[in-house]
Design a binder for this molecule. Structure first.
Ligand code: TYM
Length: 332
């Protein structure tokens, strides 16, 4: 049976990249495939410098936005990672399965530890073990498919490796999951720096569109997007990353193929205007629904409470089995 698990970090406000690369697909397809779980992975947000009051606000906002985007608690399980202890319990066993060198090779660890050092901050040990906690998120639920954007595929590969290794050492315990990627928008790029991923934490330059940005803010950011030195509109992600990113966003918002859409434009200005309107229209219903739900925090809390109870019940047998498999004495 298909079991889907995916997660989003409340490290910053949800971006257009998160929405087009992951969340929209969870809503439209993934939640309806078999059993599905979606998680606000708040513990992962503790792996870099953070401000407690902001994390609290962003965790609630992210959960509210997932509901606003259309995750339906009647068909999927939506919950917060720190509400289900099984994740950290299992993470420790997987730390005892993973190797130190394997962690240091992770691209995201290299990038994020570099950024922390450059900012004069210490590198938290949990940043190194981040992918192990992510593997625990996935493996605790017998997950078969993990819908993620491009940047997370290496982490899902690690979860697969750990599942296989654990099963070989201690007997069949975990299902071996696989990553699934969106057809378009697997990697939405920063509008000001189109060779880097649009990420929650590099918002300073205006290259990141947030799901909750006002329409005029979205328009301004898109109209100021960096394009390339040429003047024709062509889809060529290597040679023309700025314009190609805009074409991909347009395709993801309105349908069609980026290379075919390119043929319809003779100027960057017209393309940007259409991208801006397409993004505004895609985000509008989410923003409106978010405003309604934000006025009902009791409802969101109830969904999260019920989600955590369901998740706990699903994870516990697998995590208990893993504890027994490695030879830990049952508590009795
Ligand atoms: P996070 O919070 O960075 O991103 C959530 C999802 O959004 C996708 N994404 C993007 N897709 C396209 N273009 C972009 N610019 C873009 N930015 C982000 C991500 O690929 C992801 O699917 N480690 C994960 C969270 C996590 C998780 C898990 C995911 C923790 N445990 C277990 C799956 C299963 C992360 O940092 O996602």
């Amino acid at each position: 049976m298909t079991r889907i698990f995916s997660g989003i970090k409340p490290t910053g406000h949800m971006t257009l990249g998160n929405y087009l690369g992951a969340v929209r697909r969870w809503v439209e397809t993934d939640q309806h495939l078999g059993e599905s779980l979606f998680c606000v992975v708040d513990l992962h947000s503790l792996t870099v410098e953070h401000e407690p009051a902001r994390l609290l606000r962003l965790s609630r906002q992210t959960a509210t936005l997932l509901l606003a985007a259309g995750l339906d608690p009647a068909v999927c399980t939506l919950f917060v990672q720190s509400h289900v202890d099984e994740h950290t319990r299992l993470s420790y066993l997987l730390e005892c399965t993973a190797a130190d060198g394997e962690m240091r090779r992770m691209i995201q660890y290299k990038e994020k530890s570099e950024q922390a050092r450059a900012a004069g901050q210490g590198v938290r040990l949990s940043l190194l073990t981040y992918p192990v906690l992510m593997a625990a998120d996935i493996l605790a639920y017998g997950t078969t498919e993990v819908p993620v954007g491009d940047d997370q595929t290496q982490h899902v590969e690690l979860a697969r490796d750990l599942a296989v290794r654990f099963n070989q050492r201690y007997g069949q315990t975990f299902v071996v999951p696989k990553a699934t990627k969106p057809v378009v928008a697997a990697r939405v790029m920063d509008l000001q720096e189109p060779t880097s991923k649009m990420g929650k934490t590099n918002a300073a330059t205006g290259g990141v569109v947030f799901v909750l940005d006002e329409a005029d803010v979205v328009r301004r950011k898109v109209m100021r997007a960096v394009t390339d030195s040429g003047s024709t509109v062509e889809y060529d992600p290597e040679g023309r990353p700025g314009v190609s990113n805009l074409l991909e966003v347009l395709a993801a918002c309105g349908g069609g193929e980026p290379d075919e859409l390119a043929g319809a434009y003779t100027s960057y200005g017209a393309l940007k205007r259409d991208v801006a309107e397409a993004v505004v229209e895609v985000l509008r219903p989410v923003r409106e629904r978010h405003a309604e739900l934000a006025a009902e925090p009791g409802y969101v809390d109830r969904v999260l409470r019920e989600g955590a109870a369901r998740a706990r019940a699903m994870a516990r047998p697998t995590v208990d089995a893993a504890y027994r498999a490695v030879g830990l004495l049952p508590a009795g």
